[in-house]
Design a binder for this molecule. Structure first.
Ligand code: GCU
Length: 627
């Protein structure tokens, strides 16, 4: 016990000295360039005082966007919530006489006639408040796809565009004791200048797809924070306050299990950066040991606790190093769909754990590519707990309007919000800026695309130097090198990212024989890690064919054997995330016998049955894991 007390005293002295020796650490680091602010207003909603508004909401389908038509000064939307209207009054909208839908959830899977509906739907929730304290109230929506129009008690509080990142509005002045009505219009339609465009290979689920909370915070509250290893021996904490009095407010950051406690005062922008030496007994987070520490951030008015892992990820001489050790990414790609015949876009803790546990425990993966958009923070927190490394991406996908300033601004904000929301998640090691965007672009169109993506890359470097940047590039064209067919990465974007990743489908979207797929040679970048971000083949679970017809499980299994053989022969391959863990909904996949509006490249069926290819990939991952 005496030793422990001595150690604690020594540590406090050490920290105090760190505090003293790092006067610069108290120098205030405002955010760099790029998008400012955070649409969600605050992170870690689950640690705050809040009323969860999830549950049954009334809804009105509005296919002609009637309620958005301008009428007099206010759009009709505010009229949606008139209640107890006299029967002698003309009334064409009445939530009180409308059906219910579950929030979070998508309407496609909940209402049969809305299975393919893409358009505007109005939702209303009545919220009874027994008191309204002299505090601040934030209406926080985890995600709604794609555009949202938000009203509280008939007054518009804001709009948001983007289907997969949080947004919130300060509704302190809109609330009253008693009945309050929250009305949210959600329009799932995308335009050519959207992020993404209407053309994607996944179902455009519409709705309020993540939790809604009415969050109560002090007038000056802890909005965002970033507590990570600046290097293996320095923990850095950035904390930002929002609200009335943010200047020169004392902030304390504690990690009780490590005896870390450090304080400082915010600057005029409400920001503070402090650093402490990494305690010797701190255990690094890694897939085999996903150690999370309780981190407590406090001010005079508020205390917020989080569970954070500490690790480093680096690219050194073309090799991926996790905590200084080489790591091979045994991955799999995942769309955000729960297991089941009618997949729900709304992921909860148990459905996220069910999916990720198949990857971690059954497949022996240590890595998941959360494609093609920011998944729920429920999922990234489960990845932290299970010990799965994560590739996180925004839906800059295929042919975007790369020359459009609005599209660029939207992509920048979406990426910034995703990073601010999740940058305390140790599991996330890669931020990806795009998927297959070169396609057949040439000249000015290609330059526009590359300039668009370089802006996104610069933004990441401004705000997060603890992770690596990647992008899923198109497979290259084969070239003849010394009489051999070699695939060369011919996308100029490769020079601006840290980890070069390629999608390749030889043997599925081509007639190449599988024995030739196994022999494909690649010319890899010398100085950067290299991943296969996708390869895959479709298979209808239960369809077997010894003659290896495409869409049979047997063909998919042989396809995986050939691609694994190709991987084994690549010196310098650092990992892979084959496409994809589970069959997923896609209106582009219409084959009446094999697809039925499902993309069948899953190695498990929608209900979670393992296809033959699952065993092939697991066999290799077991071998790689040494189990
Ligand atoms: C592309 C794309 C995926 C798509 C896959 C497929 O590479 O990145 O979103 O689903 O190929 O064709 O199944």
């Amino acid at each position: 016990m005496r030793n422990l007390i001595l150690r604690m005293i020594c540590r406090q002295l050490l920290l105090l000295s760190a505090f003293i020796y790092f006067p610069l650490a108290l120098s205030l680091t405002a955010n760099g360039a790029g998008p400012v602010g955070y649409s969600g207003l605050l992170i870690n909603v689950g640690a705050r005082e809040s009323k969860n508004l999830s549950g049954e909401w009334r809804y009105i389908i509005d296919p002609y966007k009637t309620a958005l038509l301008k009428s007099k000064s206010e759009p009709k939307a505010v009229f949606l919530d008139r209640v107890n209207v006299s029967p002698h009054k003309m009334m064409e909208y009445s939530f009180d006489n409308s059906p219910y839908m579950s929030v979070p959830g998508d309407w496609n899977g909940q209402v049969d006639e809305m299975a393919l509906y893409e358009g505007l739907v109005w939702f209303r929730k009545e919220v009874q408040l027994s008191k309204v304290d002299d505090e601040r109230y934030l209406l926080h929506i985890g995600a709604a796809n794609y555009k949202s129009f938000v009203y509280v008690n008939g007054k518009k509080v804001g709009e948001h565009e983007g289907g997969f990142t949080p947004f919130a509005f300060d509704v302190t002045d809109n609330l009253k004791v008693g009945r309050n009505s929250v009305v949210i219009g959600v329009d799932s339609e995308h335009e050519d200048d959207s992020v993404p465009t209407p053309v994607t290979d996944w179902k455009n689920f519409g709705g309020i797809t993540r939790d809604v909370h009415l969050v109560e915070v002090p007038n000056t509250y802890i909005s965002t924070y970033f507590i990570q290893l600046e290097s293996s021996d320095v923990i850095k904490a950035n904390v930002s306050l929002s609200g009335d009095r943010i200047n020169r407010r004392e902030v304390t950051v504690r990690i009780p299990e490590l005896g870390v406690m450090v304080s400082g005062n915010t600057d005029a922008d409400g920001k503070i950066t402090v650093e402490v030496k990494t305690p010797e007994d701190m255990k690094f987070w890694a897939p085999r040991s996903p150690i999370l520490y309780e981190v407590i951030i406090s001010t005079a008015d508020e205390t917020v606790s989080d569970r954070i892992g500490f690790r480093t990820i680096e690219s050194v001489d073309g090799e991926l190093l996790l905590n200084g050790e080489p790591i091979f990414l045994r991955g799999i790609s995942i769309h955000e769909e729960a297991l089941g015949a009618t997949p729900n876009r709304a992921i909860n803790k148990s459905s996220a754990r069910a999916l990720l546990s198949i990857a971690k425990k059954d497949l022996k993966a240590n890595f998941v590519r959360l494609a093609h958009y920011p998944h729920s923070d429920i999922t990234t927190r489960v990845a932290d707990e299970l010990g799965l490394l994560v590739w996180s991406e925004i839906p800059v996908y295929w042919d975007m309007d790369f020359g459009n300033k609005k599209t660029l601004a939207l992509a920048r904000k979406m990426q910034s919000d995703n990073i601010i929301r999740d940058k305390n998640r140790a599991s996330i090691i890669l931020w990806s800026v795009a998927n297959e965007t070169k396609r057949n672009k040439k000249g000015a169109a290609l330059e526009e695309r590359t300039s668009f993506l370089r802006t996104l890359i610069t933004d990441i470097r401004e705000v997060d130097n603890t992770r690596l940047i990647t992008s899923a590039l198109h497979k290259a064209k084969p070239k003849n090198k010394d009489g051999r067919r070699v695939y060369v990465i011919d996308d100029s974007l490769a020079r601006y990212i840290d980890v070069v990743s390629v999608n390749t489908y030889q043997g599925w979207y081509s007639d190449m024989k599988l024995e030739d797929v196994a022999k494909i040679k690649w010319e890899l970048p010398k100085d950067k890690p290299f991943l296969f971000s996708e390869f895959g083949a479709g298979a209808l679970y239960g369809y077997r064919d010894d003659n290896l017809a495409k869409f049979s499980e047997d063909y998919q299994a042989e396809y995986y054997k050939a691609n694994i053989e190709m991987c084994r022969n690549i010196d310098g391959l650092d990992g892979l995330s084959p496409w994809i863990l589970k069959d997923f909904k896609s209106p582009r996949r219409m084959h009446g016998q094999f697809q039925q509006y499902w993309n069948r490249k899953g190695i498990i069926s929608p209900e979670g049955n393992f296809k033959a290819a699952f065993g092939v990939l697991r066999g290799w991952y077991n071998e790689l894991a040494g189990t």
